[in-house]
Ligand binder design. Structure first.
Ligand code: ZN
Length: 82
């Protein structure tokens, strides 16, 4: 279930290549723009893929479960409890 890939715009994107995910849909006012209303998913090396809202949510969910997977980083917080 925990794939390292997520599907965005018919592309399997490795989660570790994602730099950030847009919180709001793209709007630039250009009539020729193919990305209007889509959410930008920024990748390394100045690449972007464009996700529908549903895809964007799936990307975020995938990244959260990926981060919460095998590598847990809760040890610091545990140390602060007394
Ligand atoms: Zn645009």
């Amino acid at each position: 279930m925990n794939s390292i890939f997520c599907l965005v715009d018919d592309k399997h994107v490795p989660l570790y290549r994602i730099m950030w995910v847009a919180a709001v849909p793209h709007f630039c006012g250009d009539e020729e723009c193919q990305c209007e209303g889509l959410y930008e998913v920024r990748l390394e090396q100045d690449e972007s893929v464009w996700a529908s809202r549903k895809e964007r949510d799936q990307v975020l969910a995938a990244m959260e479960s990926w981060q919460g997977g095998p590598l847990r980083e809760e040890d610091e917080e545990d140390g602060l409890e007394s």
